[in-house]
Every structure is written in structure tokens, then in C-alpha cells.
Design a protein around this ligand. Structure first.
Ligand code: SF4
Length: 430
């Protein structure tokens, strides 16, 4: 959207109060995300000037435009995820007609290359690179397929071209994103699409680049994918595998793979082939019908697997999903107690896993510095999700890789010292 708006003559400004048009990219995934989107819209609406236009875009805008218009009467327009390419057209029409408009119909030009736009967003030396959009799975609790539709993969050539552009802009970290990255390319006829894509990407990226795969799906991590991850230094030994639960009956009710033996085999294989693997997962507490015994199985599994990173959501009914037909029968207080139990267990594990890093020398992407503190991330830290590496002093230059010796571990972050302040290094991940 930013690309299309700049092409139409708009330019970005630093603060909302300087803008002629304010666009809020809403999230409609779960109740907490909608609350945050609504609060943002309402606080912007409260301070809106007569000459400013306020637009809601994104997933929630796609899912529930009428409710958004009703709850935020100051909105001038709503633009869904399936119509994002129409943002300049929406603004032109609002200006010309001075009336509120809603665009949510599916446009044929859903992928960025169809309008000559890049499929990435850059922040410093890090970029998110979209490889596919939408999801063809039907997990019982998830509204994403209702919002975004089935998976549509971007052609490999388009992704490689984007990666080359990013490389030329001196981007160092490439975070590949899709709702289900391990199924990348199936709609294009690939059987091992992600592995193939990675091989094409490593061919154009320097060895020191970081390629991080986000959002894998259980049962889809193939031997070929593990082989590619183990072979190329660019592909980080970082696996983000949202599992949601560990009891086969709950997983079946969730309409997700429930073969825990196969999952354990895959995790063991990943650990064997990728030394110093960083493993992240996400879980749901309080799914309909979750018994004490089923929850205990989940706790035991977390204890057994000792994930490096773990996120937990409490279950909330999402309109239109399969699970919304079940009775939401786990009381809120029980959901909260289970959330707390998982987080408390994980805090101890996370601290232990971090302590295992003490003494290691890790390449760190330095991202910010002030008087007494520099912050960066190692291969174990996905941007905006995981922890940080903290260096307790100012450094001369950021937005670069540096080698850092880890000296101390906190629950979520690490503390370290620069190995050599003067040298710009070309590190591998381990
Ligand atoms: S794979 Fe992820 S995005 Fe797709 S339906 Fe399941 S939870 Fe939703």
C-alpha cells in the first residue's frame, strides 16, 4: 500500500498529526488484536482534524467493515485485505465524492507483483519478505482463511528478485513470511516448494545473510527441507512451529495434525541436524472441551521439549469458524489460570535455555544505541517477537553485524560484550 500511495504522489510523514490521510492496518485474528486496533482507531478519531481522512485497512476491515464503521463513525473509508491494491482509488473517490466508502471485494490483482509493487517491508537492516498469502488449511479456531482466502504463493522468480533488491539495499536479515510457510508453492505445483525457494535464495545472497523462516506447520517439515536448512549457512537454525496443543484429542478437535509420535520424531531430527537450534512455538489455553488431564498433557509436553521461545493465547470464539459451533465451556478464570501455568513453567525453561548461551560468541545485528545501552538480536531472536541481546554501553555504529560474547542470561534477553568494536564481521549463525 505504501508503494502504491507513493507512486500516486503521497509521501509518508513521521506522526499522525502531520498526515492528510491516516491509515490503520487493523488485525482481526483474535479478540485482543481487535481491541488494540479499535483503541488505536478511536484515539486517532478523537483527535482528527476537519481536513484529515481516517481509513481502516487490513484483516479486521475485511472481516467486519460494518461494525467498524458503526464503532468509529469518524472513519472515512474501510479497505479490506482482498482489496489493498485499491487504496489510491479509494482515497481518490473519498476526495471526489466526500462520502464514506467500503472496499472489500476480491480484486484479481492480490499479489504485489501484479501491480509492480515489492513484496517486502524493511526496518533498518531487516526485512519481512512475503512468500505467500492466505491459508488453505482449516484449523477449527482460526479465522484467517475466512479473512484472506486460500493460500496464493508468489512465484519463486518474484521472491528472488525482491531478495536481490533487498540485498542491494544492504539488508542483512530476510524473514520469510506466509500463514503456512512450509506449504509454500503447493498451489503452483511444487511438492518441496520451500526447500526449492531457499535454494534459489541462498544462490543470490551473501553467506553472511540471515534467512529466517516464520510460521511452519507440523507434519510439513520434510527431510529435504531439513537437509537444505542444515546445508546453507544463510538459513538460520531457527524454527517457528506453532503447535497450539499437545493432546491428540484436542488437536483432532482443532482439526490439526494429531500424530504426536511423528511430531516428536521431526523435533528430534531438527535438533540432530541443526546444532544450537532455536525452537519457538505458540499454544492455545482453554480450547473448548479442554479437560484438566488434556491440559496436564500440554504442560508435560512443554516440560519435555524445553522450547526456547513460547507464546500462549487464551482461546476466544471467532465468528464463522468451526470451533465457534462448540460450546466455549472452559471458564475464563480457568483459561487465565492455564495461561499463567504455561507462562510460569516456560519462564524457568527460557532462563535455562538462555543460560546455555553464556560463553558463546554470537553474531548480533546491532539495531540501536544510546548513552549506556546498545540493543541487537542474535539468530535466536525474530524481530518484534523474541528477545534482545543487550550491550551495556554505547557503540559507534549500528545497523551492522558484530560478534558478541554472551556474559549473562535473563529470562527473555541476553547480555553480552562486543568482541571487536572496530571490525565489521561477516558471521555465520552458530
Ligand atoms: S495454518 Fe495457521 S493460518 Fe492456516 S488455518 Fe491453521 S492456524 Fe489459521
Amino acid at each position: 500500500m505504501a508503494f502504491l500511495l507513493q507512486r500516486a504522489g503521497y509521501r509518508p510523514v513521521a506522526h499522525a498529526d502531520q498526515a492528510d490521510v491516516i491509515i490503520v492496518n487493523t488485525c482481526g485474528f483474535i479478540a485482543d488484536a481487535r481491541r488494540e486496533s479499535l483503541e488505536t482507531l478511536q484515539s486517532l478519531a478523537a483527535n482528527l482534524r476537519e481536513d484529515q481522512r481516517l481509513i481502516a485497512a487490513g484483516c479486521w476491515a475485511q472481516r467486519d467493515p460494518e461494525r467498524l464503521m458503526a464503532w468509529v463513525p469518524e472513519l472515512d473509508g474501510v479497505l479490506g485485505t482482498r482489496s489493498w491494491v485499491a487504496m489510491p482509488e479509494l482515497l481518490a473517490q473519498i476526495k471526489a465524492r466526500r462520502q464514506r466508502l467500503v472496499f472489500t471485494e476480491t480484486r484479481t490483482m492480490a499479489l504485489p507483483e501484479s501491480v509492480g509493487a515489492p513484496g517486502y517491508a524493511i526496518s533498518g537492516r531487516s526485512a519481512f519478505l512475503k512468500i505467500a498469502d492466505g491459508c488453505s488449511r482449516r484449523c477449527a479456531f482460526c479465522a484467517i482463511p475466512l479473512i484472506k482466502g486460500d493460500m496464493v504463493s508468489r512465484p519463486i522468480e518474484a521472491i528472488v528478485k525482491d531478495a536481490q533488491r533487498l540485498r542491494d539495499k544492504r539488508v542483512l536479515e530476510f524473514n520469510l513470511i506466509a500463514q503456512d510457510s512450509t506449504t509454500y508453492g503447493r498451489d503452483l505445483g511444487y511438492t518441496n516448494g520451500l526447500a526449492e525457494l531457499l535454494e534459489r535464495l541462498v544462490a543470490v545472497l551473501p553467506e553472511s545473510s540471515w534467512l529466517r523462516i516464520l510460521y511452519m506447520f507440523p507434519g510439513q517439515i520434510t527431510p529435504r527441507l531439513i537437509e537444505v536448512m542444515a546445508t546453507y549457512p544463510q538459513v538460520l537454525p531457527y524454527v517457528d512451529l506453532p503447535l497450539q496443543h499437545a493432546h491428540p484429542d484436542v488437536l483432532r478437535r482443532m482439526n490439526r495434525p494429531s500424530d504426536m509420535q511423528e511430531l516428536r520424531r521431526t523435533l528430534a531430527e531438527l535438533r540432530a541436524r541443526l546444532p544450537h537450534l532455536c525452537l519457538r512455538t505458540t499454544l492455545i489455553a482453554g480450547f473448548p472441551g479442554e479437560t484438566e488431564a488434556e491440559f496436564q498433557t500440554l504442560l508435560d509436553f512443554v516440560q519435555e521439549q524445553r522450547f526456547d521461545r513460547l507464546g500462549v493465547f487464551t482461546y476466544s470464539h471467532e465468528e464463522g469458524t468451526l470451533a465457534a459451533r462448540y460450546e466455549d465451556d472452559v471458564p475464563e478464570a480457568v483459561k487465565e489460570a492455564r495461561f499463567d501455568a504455561l507462562m510460569t513453567l516456560q519462564q524457568g525453561i527460557s532462563l535455562e535455555r538462555n543460560r546455555e548461551q553464556v560463553g558463546r560468541v554470537l553474531p548480533v545485528l546491532l539495531e540501536g544505541t544510546d548513552e549506556n545501552l546498545t540493543v541487537g538480536r542474535s539468530y535466536r531472536d525474530a524481530p518484534e517477537i523474541d528477545g534482545l541481546v543487550l550491550i551495556q554501553r554505547r557503540v559507534a555504529k549500528v545497523d551492522r553485524m558484530a560478534l558478541v560474547k554472551i556474559t549473562q542470561a535473563l529470562e527473555y534477553d541476553l547480555i553480552g560484550e562486543l568482541v571487536d568494536e572496530t571490525e565489521e564481521v561477516a558471521p555465520s549463525s552458530t
